[in-house]
Design a protein around this ligand. Structure first.
Ligand SMILES: *Cc1c(COP(=O)(O)O)cnc(C)c1O
Length: 398
C-alpha cells in the first residue's frame, strides 16, 4: 500500500540537513553555552551562528532574534510584551482576527480577563482580512495588531505588508504569527513593516519543540519564562543548542529552495484542487490564489470529517480535518466558521498539506481515494439522504 503523509501543516518530517546539523551538538559539543571551557564555547558559537542565520532569512539582525521553546511560546511572548508596553501608556486595546491559531486567541482571552479590550476582525469568505479593515479598527488606545501570515487550516495568505504599513503609520505595534509561512514564503521584516514575528522549526522540516521570536530592536520584551540570563535575559533556561542549530539549518535550507519548492508544490496543489473540485457538493475553503503552495482544504456536504480521516488512513493517506472529534471538542473548526461555513458543512472538512516531494501519481491517488471515500460515506449517511430527498437544502452546488 502507498503511504502518503499529507499533513505537513500539522508537522513536517525532519530533513536530512536538519538531522545532520544537530548531531554534533549532542555527541561532541554538548557543553552548556554559558560555560567557559571549549565544549561550551563551541556550543555558544553555534548558537550565535544560528541566530545570525535565522535573522538573515527574514532580513533582520541577529540581536533581534530570541529563541523559544515553540511557536506557541513566541506568540505568547510577542502578545504579552506588546500588552505590557501598551498598558504602561494606558493603551489596552488589541486587534486580531477571528481565525488565528489558539496560541494567539487563548493569549488574547487571558488579556481580556485582565481588562484588555480585544477586537477580533471578521474574515472574508475567501479567508482574508484587508488592511483597510485593520485601519478602520485602530483606535487611539490600540497597542497591538496581531494578524497571522498564513492560516494553518485553509492556507490563506494575508496582506502583511499593507497591514504593517497601516500599523506603522498609526504608531501601533504589528505582530504576525508566521509559523505556516516561514521557510515557505519570502519574508522581509523591514520591507513588510513587521515589528514582531513568530516561527516554529517543525513546520519547515526542523525539530519539534523549538521556535523563535523576531522583535525589532527597541521593543522591550516581557519574560514568559523567568530564569537565567539566556536570550539577553528575556527567556530563561539553558538553550536547546542542538535543536536551535538544527532549526537554523532547516530554515536556511528551506529559504534557499523557496522558489523551486513553491513552483513544484503549486503545480501539484492545483492538480489536487482541480481533481477534488469535481466531487459534487463540495467546495474549496479559502482563496484559490492567495494561499500557501502546499495547502488544499475542502468541505464536503453530508460527511463527517472524522470518518473520512479514518477511511483515508486505511488507504495510507494521512491528513487532517477541522472537525469535531479530532480536536477533542464537539465544536467545528473556528476557522471554517469564521469564513462563514455553516456548522454542518464545517464538520465535513478535509485538509491536505503536501510537500515538494509529492508526485503527480501521489496526487492522483489522493483524488481517487477521496472521491471514493466521500461517495461511500454519503451512501451510508441519513443526513445525505435528507439532502438528496430535498428534506434539507444543499449548501453547495453540484
Ligand atoms: C503550528 C502552529 C503554531 C504553534 O507552533 P508550535 O511550535 O507547535 O507551538 C502556531 N501558529 C500556527 C499558525 C501554527 O501553524
Amino acid at each position: 500500500m502507498k503511504i502518503i503523509y499529507a499533513d505537513n501543516a500539522a508537522t513536517t518530517k525532519m530533513s536530512r540537513v536538519a538531522i545532520d546539523a544537530m548531531l554534533p551538538y549532542m555527541e561532541e559539543y554538548y557543553g552548556n553555552p554559558s560555560s567557559l571551557y571549549s565544549v561550551g564555547q563551541k556550543a555558544k558559537e553555534a548558537l550565535e551562528q544560528a541566530r545570525a542565520d535565522v535573522a538573515a532569512c527574514f532580513n533582520a539582525e541577529a540581536r533581534e532574534i530570541y529563541f523559544t521553546g515553540c511557536g506557541t511560546e513566541a506568540d505568547n511572548q510577542a502578545i504579552i510584551s506588546a500588552a505590557r508596553l501598551g498598558e504602561r501608556k494606558g493603551k489596552k486595546h488589541i486587534i486580531s482576527t477571528a481565525f488565528e491559531h489558539h496560541a494567539v486567541l487563548h493569549t488574547l482571552d487571558k488579556l481580556k480577563k485582565e481588562g484588555f479590550d480585544i477586537t477580533l476582525l471578521d474574515v472574508h469568505s475567501n479567508g482574508i482580512v484587508t488592511a483597510e479593515e485593520v485601519a478602520a479598527a485602530i483606535r487611539p488606545d490600540t497597542c497591538l495588531v496581531t494578524v497571522m501570515y498564513a492560516n494553518n487550516e485553509i492556507g490563506t495568505i494575508q496582506p502583511i505588508k499593507e497591514i504593517g504599513a497601516v500599523c506603522k503609520e498609526k504608531g501601533v505595534l504589528f505582530h504576525t504569527d508566521a509559523v505556516q509561512a516561514a521557510g515557505h514564503l519570502h519574508i522581509d521584516v523591514k520591507d513588510q513593516n513587521i515589528d514582531m514575528l513568530s516561527i516554529s522549526a517543525h513546520k519547515f522540516y526542523g525539530p519539534k519543540g523549538v521556535g523563535a521570536l523576531y522583535a525589532r530592536k527597541g521593543i522591550i520584551l516581557t519574560n514568559v519564562i523567568e530564569g537565567g540570563a539566556q536570550e539577553r535575559g528575556k527567556r530563561g533556561g539553558t538553550e536547546n543548542v542542538a535543536e536551535i542549530v538544527s532549526m537554523a539549518a532547516a530554515l536556511k535550507d528551506a529559504c534557499a529552495h523557496i522558489d523551486e519548492y513553491a513552483e513544484k508544490e503549486t503545480k501539484l496543489r492545483d492538480r489536487l484542487i482541480a481533481g477534488l473540485d469535481k466531487i459534487p457538493y463540495g467546495e474549496l475553503n479559502g482563496d484559490r490564489v492567495h494561499r500557501v503552495p502546499n495547502n488544499a482544504n475542502f468541505c464536503f456536504e453530508g460527511i463527517e470529517g472524522e470518518s473520512m480521516l479514518l477511511m483515508l488512513d486505511d488507504k495510507g493517506i494521512m491528513c487532517s480535518s477541522g472537525s469535531a472529534c479530532t480536536s477533542g471538542s464537539l465544536d467545528p473548526s473556528h476557522v471554517l466558521l469564521a469564513i462563514g461555513r455553516p456548522h454542518e458543512v464545517a464538520h465535513g472538512s478535509l485538509r491536505l498539506s503536501i510537500n515538494e516531494q509529492f508526485t503527480e501519481e501521489d496526487i492522483d491517488y489522493i483524488i481517487a481515494s477521496v472521491t471514493e471515500v466521500v461517495q461511500y460515506l454519503r451512501d451510508m449517511s441519513p443526513f445525505w439522504r435528507d439532502l438528496v430527498n430535498g428534506k434539507r437544502p444543499h449548501v453547495f452546488s453540484e
